[in-house]
Write a protein that binds this ligand. Structure first.
Ligand code: SAM
Ligand code: SF4
Length: 430
């Protein structure tokens, strides 16, 4: 992830060649990571493969031998964005200096990240959010990626203090979708052109390694979609089996990289196990997603700055940031919700620090405020998740109260309202 290591980017002609390329290179021992294709390399394939420069010729010969079609292999230049600073006397000098550092492509320190997040003066906040948006444009272009999510089970063996799915919540009507129903839902989203399915659930051991492998294989066989798992912690051997079966991405949020805050929110989780699991995902070659909840009890800008540095250090490729929203029948039900502006600042800073990553404008932002998701897209986000959970089950996936439902129609309208581009794979008869 560091800008000082020389890297090359392989841009393929379409998603299936990119996936094949990633697989064959990895098999041959070439360390690869996936990033959203930077705008200047075109947007035929929205995800590209990054390799160390010294392995460029080996990679080229492997790709040729395996008949992987690629448009080109280019040197990955560090991202620089000019004129981020608006001419405003209300922007303090120390803040302006940090923005200038970003413009010149330098890495920020923890203290500098904290200073950005602590910005409250409206002029500084405006500079920060628009800088996030401009970095987004330069790093990933104007396309807003659309993912389809199916929340296939609300059973959970854990008791996270903020979450409505926690095991001790007896008032929740529990459901499980059958493997067949899950596959059918993925097939349904594919008909709209969606090319990545997110399979999300509570931590539900009913879906054993074998059952999950069957679901993953069948979705791949019937749709060829990229598969993202968001099913909580699993032992490494299971993560490996899912990866071999065809899972591409995995979302496992650290929720808070600060050990104390993590422990306060997770009575039955171990911080080190969570970090180990995230490292496992990286090592197994998943495009790994993580992120945090904004507004957990005791959390201050310095803790959120720790989250950003954690994501950078771990080489996270998808960043999920959402405000905390109180959920009925949980220990945190009477806590105040997270702050939308702080969540937007987190999106902007994540974009400025991590640059070439996927950042959703989350459902939690939409739930907190009617224009929350739109503002997320205007502060650095480039992904929207559309909910395909069957209608009769949606309301039972109550991770927090009054959760917004994002349909394909609302997502398309939202993208158009921000004058951004729909992804080329979406069929627009919605
Ligand atoms: N069980 C899996 C896990 O925990 O990774 C996936 C499902 S879990 C419901 C997905 C995400 O929901 C969590 O990572 C957490 O950040 C978010 N979440 C749960 N309760 C929340 C709340 N009250 N406010 C905001 N986000 C919440
Ligand atoms: Fe379960 Fe995930 Fe909710 Fe924790 S956040 S209670 S693991 S569904």
């Amino acid at each position: 992830m560091s800008e000082h290591i020389s890297e090359h980017i392989i841009v393929c002609s379409n998603t299936s060649h990119m996936l094949k390329g990633e697989k064959v290179l990895r098999k041959e021992g070439i360390p690869v990571r996936l990033i959203p294709t930077p705008k200047k390399y075109g947007q035929l394939c929205t995800t590209s493969i990054v390799i160390p420069t010294e392995l460029k010729s080996s990679a080229e010969s492997i790709l040729r031998k395996e008949k992987v079609k690629y448009i080109g292999i280019y040197k990955l230049e560090p991202l620089r964005v000019d004129n981020l600073l608006l001419n405003d006397n209300n922007v303090k000098e120390d803040f302006a200096n940090i923005i200038r550092k970003i413009e010149s492509g330098q890495d920020l320190t923890l203290k500098e990240v904290e200073r950005l997040l602590a910005a409250e003066n409206p002029a500084e906040v405006e500079v920060l959010l628009s800088a996030g948006d401009r970095m987004r444009k330069k790093a990933v272009g104007d396309v807003v990626e659309i993912r389809g999510i199916v929340e296939f089970s609300n059973y959970c063996r854990k008791n996270c203090n903020y979450c409505g799915l926690r095991k001790a919540n007896n008032s929740l009507k529990r459901y499980r979708m059958t493997p067949r129903e899950i596959v059918e839902t993925a097939v349904e989203m594919r008909k709209f052109g969606i090319s990545t399915v997110i399979l999300q659930s509570g931590e539900d051991p009913w879906y054993t390694e074998e059952i999950m492998v069957g679901i993953i294989r069948e979705i791949k066989r019937q749709t060829g979609m990229r598969i993202t798992l968001s099913i909580g912690e699993r032992p490494r051997w299971e993560l490996e089996a899912f990866r071999k079966a065809g899972a591409n991405n995995y979302l496992l949020k650290i929720e808070s990289a600060n050990r104390k805050i993590f422990e306060l929110a997770h009575p039955d989780d171990d911080y080190d196990v969570r970090v180990r699991n995230i490292k496992d995902l990286k090592e197994l070659g998943y495009l790994t997603g993580s992120g945090s909840i904004v507004g957990l009890p005791g959390q201050r800008p310095e803790h959120l700055a720790e989250d950003i540095m954690f994501l950078k250090e771990m080489g996270i490729g998808m960043v999920g940031i959402g405000p905390f929203i109180p959920a009925r029948n949980t220990p945190f039900e009477n806590m105040p919700p997270g702050d939308l502006l702080m969540s937007l600042k987190m999106v902007a800073v994540a974009r400025l620090v991590l640059k070439n990553v996927f950042i959703p404008s989350t459902t939690a932002m939409a739930t907190l405020s009617p224009d929350g998701q739109r503002r997320g897209l205007l502060s650095g986000a480039n992904v929207i998740m559309v909910n395909f959970t069957p209608q009769n089950l949606k309301k039972s996936y109550e991770i927090y109260s009054n959760k917004a439902v994002i349909t394909l129609k609302t997502a398309v309208e939202l993208i158009k309202s921000t004058e951004r581009k729909l992804p080329p794979y979406i069929k627009e008869k919605v």
